[in-house]
Ligand binder design. Structure first.
Ligand SMILES: *Cc1c(COP(=O)(O)O)cnc(C)c1O
Length: 456
């Protein structure tokens, strides 16, 4: 089996090394068995996240040299605005320092205390910003998404019955807006179908609900629509993206993923009202409305990256490199979430470490064990990430308890993928010898970033 051929060549390299076994053991203990707390110097292959970890192109770096660092009216902002209008079809753009800055402005504006935000599975910062505004995020993704074995190609779809039930239970006035994530991160990078988006628009029109997308991984979602949904086989990615966005009122966007930059974000909308309000507020929290916390050169890199990231040949390579790693796992019987998603391979820790109880944090345990074995850094996406129930204070144990192997864009070769698969195969052989963890420090907000653990 061979990985997909890269549609680029390498112009600059960064040295990496594998720390000794002794140092790996020491490093993970010092980090409280939390991979977020490792020094990146101690990491050989970093699959913590695909966020801000992209290798930029020569075209993007050339753009960085054309930064117009004027406080107001930077020409790079207008290039960014034009790129968003061209690729996504939104008229109005508000720049922010990264995705959560956009969430703060957008979700804060649209959510009143006591309101509900239905969404196709939560995302950590999105949930936190809805809660900061006094709202509650509730899940309306189809059941298939909660089943790691289910091979539905569009596991990101919204379940209209669940949405209707929320409306019946709380009343339409309690719905702040409907939130839809593209290529749903916490479900394993699973796409939403165009059919579902189209039907959702009709559904929401009956109630006059606004639809806001988390369009962070919309280009990868558009690739899946082209590959899997009838009628889109030959449609240019940009046309697919524009149709997707036409079913929304606006979006928030973390540029650190599909726009292939190290920092940046924005919100965009078809609505003059949303634009007027958020543009008024951006100056309080982010910066002037023509930079929003980004340098001029950053905006130029986002503008160019948004266009590059929507190219079909690039996306084909990207999605298939992730599949290559997933297929290598399947070959040695590692339990993974299927189908293999857009940005990451998710290993089912409940199956891998079936001898551990949920409160021994199987995914956190596995993630730490992987680092110890090979200096590959992964991330827990399960109960530690999910946190506690807002009302009862109890730990929530979601059906999915996963370790995420997130592939940075254009950074690692297919040989790196093979190294990772060999390590995981080795660990799987001796899985019964892996002991669980106990949480010894728990931060109040987004605890997974800084929580500390000890070996049982
Ligand atoms: C990364 C991400 C965010 C938050 O964006 P940041 O740039 O990290 O602030 C929001 N939603 C999704 C789906 C993301 O993946």
């Amino acid at each position: 089996m061979n990985g997909p051929v890269e549609p680029f060549k390498i112009k600059m390299i960064e040295h990496v090394k594998i720390p000794s076994e002794k140092r790996r053991k020491e490093a993970i203990r010092e980090a409280g068995f939390n991979t977020f707390l490792l020094y990146s110097d101690d990491v050989f292959i970093d699959l913590l996240t695909d966020s801000g970890t992209t290798a930029m192109s020569d075209n993007q770096w050339a753009g960085m040299m054309l930064g117009d660092e004027a406080y107001a009216g930077s020409k790079n902002f207008y290039n960014l605005e034009k790129a968003i209008q061209d690729v996504l079809g939104y008229k109005y753009v508000v720049p922010t320092h990264q995705g959560r800055g956009a969430e703060h402005l957008m979700y804060g504006h649209l959510t009143n205390p006591g309101q509900i935000v239905p969404r196709n599975m939560y995302f950590t910062t999105s949930k936190a910003h809805v809660e900061l505004a006094g709202g509650t995020m509730l899940d309306v993704i189809i059941d298939d998404a909660h089943d790691p074995e289910n091979e539905n190609p569009f596991k990101g779809d919204v379940d209209f019955k669940k949405l209707q039930n929320l409306i019946d239970e709380y009343g339409p006035d309690k719905i702040a807006f409907v939130n839809v994530e593209m290529n749903v991160n916490m479900a394993g990078g699973q796409p939403v179908s165009m059919k579902n988006l189209r039907e959702l628009r009709e559904f929401c029109n009956d109630y006059n609900f606004k639809i806001i997308f988390d369009a962070t991984r919309s280009s990868e979602n558009a690739y899946f629509i082209r590959e899997q949904e009838k009628g889109y086989e030959n449609t240019p990615i940009i046309d697919i993206l524009r149709e997707m966005m036409s079913y929304s009122d606006g979006c928030i966007y973390s540029s650190k993923k599909d726009c292939m930059v190290n920092i940046g974000g924005f919100l965009a909308t078809h609505s003059k009202d949303i634009f007027d309000y958020t543009r008024g507020m951006v100056v309080l929290f982010e910066g002037l409305h023509t930079y929003g916390g980004m340098a001029g050169r950053d905006m130029e890199a986002v503008a160019r990256g948004l266009r590059e990231g929507a190219e079909y040949e690039y996306l084909k390579y990207r999605i298939n490199q992730v599949r290559y790693l997933g297929d290598l796992f399947v070959k040695v019987n590692i339990p993974i979430v299927k189908p293999i998603g857009g940005h990451a391979v998710f290993v089912n820790a409940l199956k891998f470490l079936h001898h551990l109880s949920r409160d021994q944090w199987p995914a956190q345990t596995l993630s730490a064990a992987i680092y110890e074995d090979s200096a590959v850094r992964t991330m827990e996406r399960g109960a530690v990430s999910k946190g506690r129930d807002k009302d009862t204070g109890e730990n929530i144990f979601p059906p999915l308890e996963l370790v995420r192997f997130t592939i940075p864009r254009r950074v690692y070769t297919n040989t790196h993928m093979e190294y990772i698969a060999e390590s995981i195969a080795r660990l799987y052989e001796k899985r019964d010898t892996i002991h669980g963890l106990k949480m010894v420090f728990e931060p109040k907000h987004l605890r997974f970033f800084q929580a500390r653990f000890e070996k049982l």
